[in-house]
Design a binder for this molecule. Structure first.
Ligand code: NAP
Length: 262
């Protein structure tokens, strides 16, 4: 299926690894030019080289910087000739107990997982509307639908973004101008983050990381983790010309892990 987005420009935040990289790769395969960001330049440049090899016809710009800072956002936006597609992503907050989190910890989580995407949306959607095409995809988390106790910072900050997006996406100024805003909610995907967070759990339980990962897989009806490529392909479809009537939605990709009917 031709997704009808060849030649568009996308800003894909936090994309040197994992889900962001999967989204960038899927868009590049569709002929979309991309600006990708991450804090670490080495992994970012390596990813940029991989993306260029995937489709030599597109332009891939790689900009090192922290997307949760005004400077990082400003530089990322300046590198993108026009943002037709915005994929919002950043690192997730650490796990823990809310009794241990001070104001600083909350502000950091809200900054990264709520206010950063809102700032980037603010900087781009009106121009998308003027051009009559725009796609915003926010990578949030399955924790928005089914909260995870130890991820209270994520549950809270991402739910704030979700509430904001629900109102924004329904503004006629955007929806009637072919600008859609949707959230993609990952369940468990096989990325560095999932492996890294399992290291602590393994140490606590006196198990190997592989044992912890196997236990997690066993709780998912699909009996496996998702892949970044699967996630990226779904993101690319949300960004397609064909997905123009889909807005304000929260789409869970979790191998059947969420147990509810809706
Ligand atoms: P990952 O494999 O650790 O990759 C994170 C990417 O984001 C890296 O490229 C990282 O590069 C970049 N990054 C992190 N903080 C950044 C910042 N402040 N500015 C710019 N780039 C930044 O993580 P992932 O698994 O793909 O997760 C992506 C998001 O989805 C996270 O918010 C995570 O909480 C959420 N999520 C993931 C899962 C899952 O199963 N994987 C499930 C639910 C939610 P640098 O470190 O070099 O900056």
């Amino acid at each position: 299926m031709d997704l009808g987005i060849e030649g568009k420009w996308a800003l894909v935040c936090a994309a040197s690894k994992g889900l962001g990289k999967g989204c960038a790769a899927a868009l590049v395969r569709e002929g979309v030019n991309v600006v990708i960001t991450a804090r670490g330049d080495e992994a970012l440049q390596a990813t940029a080289a991989e993306l260029r090899a995937l489709n030599p016809a597109v332009t891939v710009k790689a900009l090192a910087g922290d997307i949760t800072t005004p400077e990082g956002r400003g530089a990322a936006l300046a590198a993108c000739p026009q943002v037709d597609i915005l994929v919002n992503n950043a690192g997730g907050p650490p796990p823990g107990d809310f009794r241990d989190w001070d104001r600083e910890a909350w502000i950091k989580a809200v900054d990264a997982n709520m206010l950063t995407p809102i700032e980037l949306i603010k900087a781009t959607v009106d121009k998308m509307a003027e051009r009559g095409f725009g796609r915003v995809v926010n990578i949030t988390s399955g924790a928005v639908k089914a909260p995870i106790d130890v991820l209270g910072l994520s549950n809270g900050a991402r739910s704030g973004l979700t509430g904001f997006v629900a109102g924004l996406a329904r503004q006629s100024k955007l929806a009637a101008a072919n600008v859609t805003v949707n959230n993609l909610l990952p369940g468990v995907f096989d990325t560095d983050r999932v492996r890294n967070t399992s290291v602590g759990t393994a140490a606590k339980l006196g198990k190997t990381v592989e044992e912890v990962l196997a236990q997690r897989r066993a709780t998912i009806p699909a009996k496996r983790f998702g892949t970044a490529d699967e996630f990226g392909a779904f993101c690319a479809f949300l960004c397609s010309a064909q997905a123009g009537y889909l807005t304000g939605q929260n789409i869970l990709l979790d191998g059947g892990a969420y147990p509810g009917t809706f």
